[in-house]
Design a protein around this ligand. Structure first.
Ligand SMILES: Cc1cc2nc3c(=O)[nH]c(=O)nc-3n(C[C@H](O)[C@H](O)[C@H](O)COP(=O)(O)OP(=O)(O)OC[C@H]3O[C@@H](n4cnc5c(N)ncnc54)[C@H](O)[C@@H]3O)c2cc1C
Length: 393
């Protein structure tokens, strides 16, 4: 415990220019979405981002219609569509034979393109963003933020949008903070090949997803079950030679330009056991900082969009009552994110089956029933605008 006089002195080192602002930690998908909504509603806010710019390693992202509904409300959907892939079919393949195909209405794009439209929208609304501000500590009771560049601020409220390795969570929820390795690792790359549809290759203990990110490039993602925690760094470069040992020949031949691709990244997929906390005192958690999920239903980014949109609108409605916004945010979001968290884990198991009998049953269900449609409909039909309108009108 610090002596009282020392505490007063430290307190005085905190600059007050943002003391009525919502401080958004992290300029990722959830942070920028929240920033855009708050600026539109004229709620003072500021974003702090640890990097010097928004940089995204070669990777794609697919956005189902629930995420697109938010992008439409943010007025960036049409612009994003112009530079993205708009596949109309997803084909499911096992051992090089098609099992079934599904009509879809996804946008598949590069993360860079998504971040660019969000950042430009925020900046065009005179949104303030401080790059090179890495949050290192929070005094949650006094709403004080400390950064690695020795700048310190007191703020009105803290929106934790700082992703899976959230320092916000670590600072205030010490024992619940640590993400753990999910048992899956993922290889990702952007390759210079044209493809119009989404392809899912299911195989024993692996699956590969490919989709167009624009008119000339595509995203390649290969996921594996792997218990070798030692090789699972957060994110590192991988080599084609290593990938070759993990995938069947027909896939490597189909995506032949992987061979000469230098930009092949290997990720350990991290999660938390369960979704537990969406807010605490003066801090609210959004996106991966609140609920990191395995990526097997392609919903992490979509949930980050929904979180930012819904929390932003609640704050705008209950301007002087942040507690009420937090309570409603939890009521509206908790069950949904928990359900998708659970279903994504289940989907991971289904995608990586090894037992031939179970594989046969899975493939038959996919081929002869509309199970994929049933599993995805509720998730994709979610309309954040309707949800918020029902609450605030
Ligand atoms: C392999 C893989 C494939 C995926 N595919 C899809 C997909 O197809 N569709 C989909 O919807 N989702 C997908 N996801 C999930 C999606 O990428 C995430 O859920 C989404 O990026 C989360 O957004 P966020 O805003 O919460 O966090 P992030 O996008 O991680 O942003 C966090 C931001 O906070 C900043 N930050 C971190 N720490 C600090 C700090 N201390 N101080 C200041 N700033 C900080 C970071 O630099 C970053 O800018 C996938 C994930 C993986 C791993």
């Amino acid at each position: 415990m610090l002596p009282f006089f020392l505490f007063i002195k430290m307190h005085n080192n905190f600059v007050s220019i943002y003391k009525n602002h919502i401080a958004i930690i992290g300029a990722g998908i959830s942070g920028l979405t929240l920033g855009i909504v708050l600026k539109k509603e004229k709620i003072p806010c500021v974003i702090f981002e640890k990097f010097s710019s928004i940089s995204e390693y070669g990777a794609g992202i697919s956005i189902s219609r629930n995420g697109q509904k938010v992008l439409k409300e943010l007025k960036v959907l049409d612009e994003l569509k112009l530079v993205s892939g708009n596949p109309k079919k997803a084909n499911f393949i096992y051992a090089n034979n098609e099992i079934t195909s599904l009509d879809i209405d996804h946008i598949t794009t590069s993360r860079k393109a998504l971040h660019k439209v969000l950042l430009e929208k925020y900046l065009s609304a005179n949104g303030e963003i401080n790059f090179n501000f890495e949050l290192t500590d929070i005094d949650i009771n006094n709403k004080l933020l400390s950064f690695s560049n020795n700048k310190n601020f007191n703020v009105g409220h803290i929106a934790a949008c700082d992703g899976i390795k959230s320092i916000c969570r670590k600072s205030v929820l010490e024992n619940k903070s640590k993400p753990s390795y999910s048992g899956y690792s993922v290889w990702r790359s952007i390759i210079n090949e044209k493809q119009n549809e989404v392809e899912f290759h299911l195989g024993p203990c692996f699956h590969v997803v490919t989709y167009p990110i624009n008119s000339s490039k595509m995203s390649f993602v290969a996921a594996f079950k792997s218990h070798k925690a030692s090789i699972e760094s957060w994110k590192s470069k991988g080599s084609f030679n290593d990938l070759q040992k993990l995938l069947p020949k027909y896939i490597l031949e189909k995506y032949s330009s992987l061979k000469n691709n230098d930009e092949l990244y290997k990720w350990g997929v991290y999660i938390r056991e369960d979704v537990d906390t969406l807010y605490m005192k003066n801090i609210t958690f959004l996106g991966d900082a609140a609920h990191p999920i395995v990526p097997f239903m392609g919903q992490g980014g979509c949930l980050a969009l929904e979180d930012g949109y819904i929390f932003g609108n609640l704050v705008a409605k209950y301007k002087n009552d942040i507690k009420k916004s937090q309570l409603l945010y939890k009521d509206l979001r908790f069950n949904r994110v928990k359900k998708i968290h659970r279903e994504s884990l289940k989907q991971g198991k289904l995608n990586h089956l090894k037992n031939p009998v179970l594989i046969f049953i899975r493939n038959s269900l996919m081929k002869y029933t509309n199970i994929i449609h049933i599993m995805t409909k509720k998730i994709w039909d979610y309309d954040s605008k309707d949800i918020i309108n029902k609450v605030i009108n």
